[in-house]
Every structure is written in C-alpha cells, then in structure tokens.
Design a protein around this ligand. Structure first.
Ligand SMILES: *[C@@H]1O[C@H](CO)[C@@H](O)[C@H](O)[C@H]1NC(C)=O
Ligand SMILES: *[C@@H]1O[C@H](CO)[C@@H](O)[C@H](O)[C@H]1NC(C)=O
Ligand SMILES: *[C@@H]1O[C@H](CO)[C@@H](O)[C@H](O)[C@H]1NC(C)=O
Ligand SMILES: *[C@@H]1O[C@H](CO)[C@@H](O)[C@H](O)[C@H]1NC(C)=O
Ligand SMILES: *[C@@H]1O[C@H](CO)[C@@H](O)[C@H](O)[C@H]1NC(C)=O
Ligand SMILES: *[C@@H]1O[C@H](CO)[C@@H](O)[C@H](O)[C@H]1NC(C)=O
Length: 275
C-alpha cells in the first residue's frame, strides 16, 4: 500500500478500509468455495437429528458431537472437521460416510426396538463411494417411493451393514447398487429363503461377507444369486448354517472362502479351484 500525506489521510484511510473489506470478502469467497456443499451439510445435520431422535435421550451429547451447525457457535467445515466424513478434495462433495455405532440405545430398549433407517436422508450424497451403517440395530429401511431407497447412490462401491437386524427384505434394495465392489452383511438375519433374485445384479462385487447370518440354509446360496457373482474374490460364509456348496463352482475368481463353523457342511460341491 502506498503511504499517505497528512492532507490526504482521511481519503487514504477510506481507501485502506475499502481494500481491507475487499480482502475479507475475497477470503470469504475462497473459504466458501473450499467448504462442503450446503445441501450436504444440511443433510448431515438432518442425519444427526435422526440418530438423536431414535436414541436414548441420555446419549444426546455423545452422538456426532463434532457435527455442529452455525447456531451451535463455532462455524466448522463438514469436510475438514466432522468425524466420519471424508470429502473429495476437488469437488468438496462427501465421498465417505461412517455412521458406525451411531445409534445409542439402552439394553432394555434394544430388546424391543424395531427401527428402520430413513433412506431419504442419504439421497443428497450423489458422490458417496463408501457408506458404513454397521452396528446400529436397524431392522429395515423406510423410503418415500418403493425401491428408491439407495437409488441416488450411483457411485457407491463399499457398503457396510454389518451388526444390524436386516432380513431378506433388504435384498431387492441392495440389488440396485450395481457399482458395489464390497458388501459387508455379517451378523444380520439374512436367510435367502424369501428372495427371488437375491443380489445377482451386483456383477462387480469382489468381497462379500455373509458370516453369522445363521439361517442361510442349503439351496439358499443359489437363491441369493451368489452363483452369478463371478467376480467374487473373497466370500465369507462362516457360521451360516450351510450344508452344501452347490452352485459355488462357478465362482472361478474366488481366492478366499471362509466356511468356518458350518457344522453340517459336507465336502460335496466344493469348488474345484479350492480343493
Ligand atoms: C474427485 O473428483 C474429481 C472430479 O470429479 C475426480 O476426477 C477425482 O477422481 C475424485 N477423487 C477421488 C479420490 O475420488
Ligand atoms: C425421512 O427423511 C426425510 C428427509 O429428511 C423426511 O422428509 C421424511 O419425513 C422422513 N421420513 C420418515 C418416515 O421419517
Ligand atoms: C444369473 O444366472 C442365471 C444362470 O446363468 C441366469 O439365468 C440369470 O439371468 C442370471 N441373473 C442375473 C441377474 O444376471
Ligand atoms: C432360524 O429359523 C428358525 C425357523 O424359522 C427360527 O426358529 C430360528 O430362530 C432362526 N434362527 C436364527 C438364528 O435366526
Ligand atoms: C454355472 O456353471 C454351470 C456349469 O458350468 C452352468 O450350467 C450354469 O449356467 C452356471 N451358472 C451361472 C449362474 O453362471
Ligand atoms: C447338524 O445336524 C444334526 C443332525 O441332523 C442336527 O441335530 C443339528 O442341529 C445340526 N446342526 C446345525 C448347526 O444345524
């Protein structure tokens, strides 16, 4: 900045002030550009409210405490400061979202709770690649229109629904997520007895964990569509109650197959490449 003579000082102070204001405006604009998308920020705060609304009231302060709105005081960027949120460095859109063990219930409520996750809450995250909803005691999903549940998550590659109470009714929704490469469904109530297609559409799936779904009985592997998942590299069927591997012989890319704790499993139908 040029120096000012005494005579011009008033004008000069005005000029300096104007420059300062411009600098502040510019910096704000730049900060605004770097920050996460307003629609996604609002949607994240709605997700937080949802988890608080379904949790025991005594845990309110422990649910996503770093997710704060402007009203809560310090402004913070949901891409940089919020736990479980990872954004694309260029687009600043949410790329990864971890909501592992976010719902907090007390033991009494756990036994009687029947809680669907509201899928509408996830619709704004069109660039989401990885979603972790594990360990939340969810029993199903609710949505506005039939089967638009995961509809907008076109980029989703990794989905973890482990440690919930999902049953076969989740399968038609999962079957729409055709970009998935990893699907974790351990410790749920999938049986494969009440499904037509299972997840046969997930042709890019490489990792599937179905362990500890104790009632996946014989014949269900085909009904679950596993025989169509020819890109599978890793399949965990531990503790599923299965008795035969009929149908898995087609999975020629399989490298890891976990069959532990299936007491009544016979060797019949074991894939050739794993013998
Ligand atoms: C971030 O977004 C840009 C533009 O869409 C894309 O080219 C890039 O691959 C993304 N980065 C990651 C890590 O996905
Ligand atoms: C689900 O979430 C959407 C978006 O926040 C909301 O409009 C809708 O009322 C919710 N539905 C239920 C059943 O809670
Ligand atoms: C699964 O494989 C069977 C047998 O090859 C085939 O008839 C069926 O169309 C396949 N389903 C999908 C969804 O690709
Ligand atoms: C398996 O199915 C049987 C018969 O429907 C049921 O009684 C049992 O509770 C189920 N077990 C598990 C672990 O879901
Ligand atoms: C599995 O392989 C058998 C024999 O090679 C074939 O007849 C069947 O259509 C295949 N199933 C699928 C789902 O690809
Ligand atoms: C295994 O088979 C035996 C005899 O049919 C049966 O009593 C037992 O319950 C089965 N075990 C499991 C884990 O399904």
């Amino acid at each position: 900045m040029t120096s000012c003579s005494a005579m011009e000082s008033t004008a000069c102070i005005k000029f300096s002030l104007m420059s300062l204001i411009w600098i502040i405006v510019l910096m704000n604009e730049m900060h605004g550009y770097r920050a996460c998308l307003e629609t996604e920020r609002t949607a994240l705060l709605e997700i937080k409210s949802f988890f608080i609304s379904i949790s025991d009231i005594r845990y309110d302060d422990q649910i996503l405490p770093s997710w704060v709105s402007e009203d809560d005081g310090m402004p913070s960027d949901c891409c940089d400061n919020w736990e479980g949120v990872k954004c694309n460095a260029t687009t600043r859109r949410v790329m990864q979202l971890s909501l592992h063990h976010t719902q907090r219930l007390n033991y009494f409520e756990r036994t009687s709770a029947s809680l669907p996750i509201n899928m509408s809450l996830l619709h704004p995250f069109e660039e989401l690649q990885s979603l972790d909803l594990s360990d939340n005691w969810f029993t199903g999903i609710c949505e506005k229109r039939a089967y638009d549940g995961f509809g907008s998550l076109k980029e989703l590659k990794i989905l973890n629904l482990g440690f919930n109470f999902f049953d076969d009714s989740i399968l038609p929704y999962l079957n729409t997520l055709t970009s998935l490469t990893t699907l974790i469904l351990n410790f749920n109530s999938i049986e494969g007895s009440r499904t037509k297609q299972g997840i046969a559409n997930l042709r890019y799936l490489q990792v599937l964990d179905l362990s500890e779904n104790h009632n996946i009985t014989s014949g269900s592997l085909t009904r679950l569509g596993l025989t169509n998942l020819t890109n599978l590299k890793k399949l965990d069927l531990g503790s599923c109650g299965i008795t035969t591997l009929q149908g898995l012989a087609n999975l020629t890319n399989l490298q890891v197959l976990d069959l532990s704790y299936n007491q009544n499993l016979t060797a019949l139908g074991r894939p050739q490449n794993l013998r």
